[in-house]
Design a binder for this molecule. Structure first.
Ligand SMILES: Nc1ncnc2c1ncn2[C@@H]1O[C@H](COP(=O)(O)OP(=O)(O)OP(=O)(O)O)[C@@H](O)[C@H]1O
Length: 247
């Protein structure tokens, strides 16, 4: 069974078609990079996958559960890291985590155990007692990812999670999330930064609402850089931007 399965998904803002018949799947234990320049439709796709928008056409299955038919069950199988941080800066890392656990109906020693385990997975175990305000941007992001794991989801969605971070923090976070996929999680990672994608990753290239390609990064790029492969596939619509980015 796939972690995430999307079939024939379309979405319009009035006359503007933001997504057109998008279909893809992310198997269990795979890291899937959703690459696209600004305006490609990544945020629209995320809003549909997280049920913030309702899809008028198409089907989304989360770990085998139909999102439109059983939203609560489907969302319970999904962890989400949104582009905008949503942390209480004045609480400790642990308090933030426990609050989130409580929202999922997890409390007491079970919540404490899960909180410690999730923080360890992101290399954040020693930071549990610090207030979030004292953490740097990279550690705050890692904490948010740990928090998204506390209810043990099967699918993890991340919407441009490294925006605004330095190169070292970006590399640490991408490595941690690749390790989570290796442990069995299905990961969908939206980005416009090609250097966050590894050769073995599934890669979706979204451009103007259409999936132009889906394959491993190695197959897509062949003997080129991924950046150059994108230029080829998008007919030059994607331009180089600092840090291996697409705009
Ligand atoms: N509320 C809206 N009303 C009308 N058009 C919209 C709206 N939101 C997005 N769009 C359009 O839909 C298309 C897809 O936008 P979307 O924000 O999903 O792209 P994106 O890949 O997330 O881009 P970015 O990286 O800039 O966030 C774009 O053409 C955008 O202008």
């Amino acid at each position: 069974m796939n972690g995430l399965e999307v079939r024939g998904l379309s979405y319009r803002y009035g006359p503007r078609q933001a997504l057109k018949e998008v279909s893809f799947s992310v198997p269990k234990g795979r890291f899937c990079a959703l690459l696209g320049p600004n305006g490609a439709g990544k945020s629209t796709l995320f809003n549909l996958l997280t049920a913030l928008f309702t899809a008028p056409e198409g089907q989304i299955m989360v770990a085998g559960v139909n999102l439109s038919q059983e939203p609560r069950r489907a969302l319970a199988r999904m962890g989400v890291v949104f582009q905008q941080p949503t942390l209480d800066l004045d609480l400790t890392v642990r308090r933030n985590m426990l609050y989130f656990a409580a929202l999922h109906g997890i409390s007491g020693s079970e919540a404490a155990r899960r909180c410690d385990a999730a923080l360890e997975q992101l290399g954040m175990g020693e930071r549990a007692a610090e207030t979030v305000r004292a953490l740097n941007g990279g550690h705050r992001r890692r904490m948010e990812i740990a928090r998204a794991l506390i209810h043990r989801p099967e699918v993890l969605l991340l919407d441009e999670p490294t925006v605004g971070l330095d190169a070292a923090s970006r590399a640490a976070i991408t490595d941690h999330v690749h390790a989570l996929a290796d442990q069995g999680l299905s990961v969908l990672w939206a980005t416009h930064l090609t250097d966050e994608v590894q050769d073995n990753d599934l890669t979706l290239l979204l451009h103007k609402g259409v999936l132009l390609a889906q394959d491993t990064a190695a197959n897509l790029r062949q003997d080129q850089s991924l950046q150059d492969a994108f230029l080829r596939l998008t007919g030059g619509a994607v331009q180089e931007h600092g840090g291996g980015g697409l705009r």
